[in-house]
Design a protein around this ligand. Structure first.
Ligand SMILES: Nc1ncnc2c1ncn2[C@@H]1O[C@H](COP(=O)(O)OP(=O)(O)OP(=O)(O)O)[C@@H](O)[C@H]1O
Ligand SMILES: [Mg+2]
Length: 277
């Protein structure tokens, strides 16, 4: 599928012909994709398809075996520790299943990256934390412990923590998981507002088709280790690729396999004939 704007300056992060595997198992095969500046990009695809892996490559937690992973035109895979630290300082991350620190207040959770990465005075930290909590509607909840807030509120605190350092790129891994429809709508709206008001670039991994297609400017579908489609939500919806068709229509059968690769059923269970059903 053609990409609307191919000028390199328009992408804040980019994978160029990236091949990556954990050990022998290849997860991404010659994958090229772009995260356009200033936009909300959704990365979708079947479970186990490598979405979290893409975020880890951009964040420099893993290095590609082949190809380039660019952040602001620099190859993350070639950065030394100091370069990586500096690049990460410009990225915010909401981890999949990323919980708050349960023994820290809401305030201290959001303050955490500021204390880790800066030597700002307590007064400045306080102002920034309250500003971020204000942005997610939770300034009044600053003194509560994570056990005293709801799941939807916790997700909003995690959003505030992800943007604490005023990142240029913010990556959210499944920010909607487990939220009721109202909290999900609130979180989706917040992601949009934060992106636009703060001039961020957003990379969002989500399984929620409707919310994500409504929110995103750009959608990338990963399937079987390759990019199956990328483009506007409308372009991706119109894709005739069988995997994309299965995915956007949430069909249980199609090219996306149900089973994690492993020994054949026959070798694990033995011949089934002769057994009682
Ligand atoms: N640290 C690791 N070591 C070995 N294999 C891993 C590791 N992390 C992930 N994998 C494997 O890589 C594949 C891709 O994982 P990844 O977490 O990127 O998928 P995903 O698209 O984020 O899936 P989900 O939607 O379920 O979160 C999976 O098959 C997983 O088993
Ligand atoms: Mg994942």
């Amino acid at each position: 599928m053609p990409f609307n704007d191919s000028s390199p300056a328009s992408a804040l992060a980019e994978l160029r012909n990236v091949t990556f595997g954990y050990g022998e198992r290849v997860i991404l095969r010659d994958v090229s994709l772009k995260i356009p500046r200033g936009k909300v990009t959704a990365l979708m695809g079947a479970s186990g398809g490598g979405k979290t892996t893409v975020l880890r490559l951009i964040g420099g937690q893993h290095r590609a075996q082949q190809g380039e992973v660019l952040f602001d035109r620099q190859d993350v895979g070639r950065m030394d520790a100091a370069g990586l630290y500096a690049a990460r300082r410009r990225m915010g991350m909401l981890f999949q299943f990323g919980a708050l620190f349960t023994d820290l207040t809401v305030f201290e959770n959001v303050a955490f990256p500021l204390r880790e990465h800066t030597d700002l005075s307590d007064a400045l930290v306080r102002d920034i934390v309250l500003m971020k909590l204000h942005a997610v509607g939770l300034r009044g909840a600053r003194d509560l412990m994570p056990s005293q807030i709801s799941g939807g509120m916790a997700r909003r605190v995690a959003l505030a923590r992800a943007i604490a350092l005023d990142p240029e790129l913010v990556m959210y891994d499944e920010p909607f998981a487990g939220l009721d429809p109202i909290s999900l709508g609130t979180a989706a709206q917040l992601i949009r507002q934060l992106n636009d008001a703060m001039g961020l670039t957003t990379l969002l991994v989500s399984h929620d088709l409707d919310a994500t297609f409504a929110l995103a400017d750009h959608v990338i579908i990963l399937g079987a280790g390759v990019v199956a489609a990328q483009g506007t939500p409308a372009e991706v919806r119109a894709s005739t690729d069988p995997l994309v068709h299965q995915f956007v229509n949430a069909l249980p059968t199609g090219p996306v396999p149900f089973h994690y690769p492993g020994p054949t059923a026959a070798s694990d269970f033995g011949p089934l004939d002769g057994r009682s059903a």
